[in-house]
Design a protein around this ligand. Structure first.
Ligand code: SAM
Length: 204
């Protein structure tokens, strides 16, 4: 996976690659999908949700340029795989999942795996997690119709946000940097995510 899917496609950051070496992806998929854990694509995780393709997880992680002292907010905990990768790089990872059945199982799994720097909350992530703001990096792992202003406000000055923005069938992966001169935007290309459902995302 690391050589053929990540390095061959341009993932270069050695700290990111090392995080992928350390986190066992097969522990984040359903038992019946274990043999496909390292395949080049997303997999179902139940409740109509997915664990993202390894390359997309790596691309988003690398783009965030996480430093060891950073505090990161993730919207869309899902299987917890992305949170675990982030937790290898950052000081603290706060992650919000809307579907309680997923969030609770993932919380227990990450605890059993020994992660002490991941904090999970069940709720509508489009509102963010104001108590712990500001964050050095914010990652949204579901497709949004726009950049939720509630999340933008919780990003620290100098912070980075990555978010798929578009309609329900296709999106662009946007990297946004908060600078003293305003918002700097980069388009990392097309992608397809499950919808971000909530007050500041797609309405149910
Ligand atoms: N990051 C996950 C992983 O590593 O497995 C994959 C996330 S999956 C592509 C998107 C997740 O976003 C789903 O679990 C979905 O329930 C969740 N989601 C959708 N809308 C949400 C919201 N408003 N707040 C929190 N989570 C949300």
């Amino acid at each position: 996976m690391i050589n053929q899917q990540l390095i061959a496609r341009g993932i270069k950051d050695e700290k990111v690659l090392e995080a992928f070496r350390r986190v066992p992806r097969h522990k984040f998929v359903r038992p019946e999908d274990k043999d496909s854990s390292y395949d080049d694509g997303p997999l179902p995780i139940g409740q109509g949700q997915t664990i993202s393709q390894p390359y997309i997880v790596a691309l988003m992680t690398e783009a965030l340029e996480i430093e060891g002292n950073d505090k990161v907010l993730e919207i869309g905990t899902g299987s917890g795989y992305q949170a675990a990768i982030l937790a290898e790089l950052a000081r603290e990872v706060y992650s919000i999942e809307r579907v309680s059945q997923l969030g609770e199982i993932t919380q227990n799994k990450l605890k059993d795996m020994g992660y002490t720097n991941i904090f999970i909350k069940i709720g509508d992530g489009t509102k963010g997690w104001g108590e712990n703001a500001p964050y050095n990096a914010i990652i949204i792992t579901a497709a949004s119709p726009k950049v939720p202003s509630s999340l933008w406000k919780q990003l620290a000055m100098g912070g980075r946000m990555i978010i798929p923005v578009g309609d329900l069938t296709s999106q662009n992966l946007l990297l946004l940097k908060k600078t003293d001169k305003g918002r700097v935007k980069y388009n990392l290309g097309g992608c397809r995510f499950v919808p971000l459902l909530g007050e500041n995302g797609w309405r149910d």
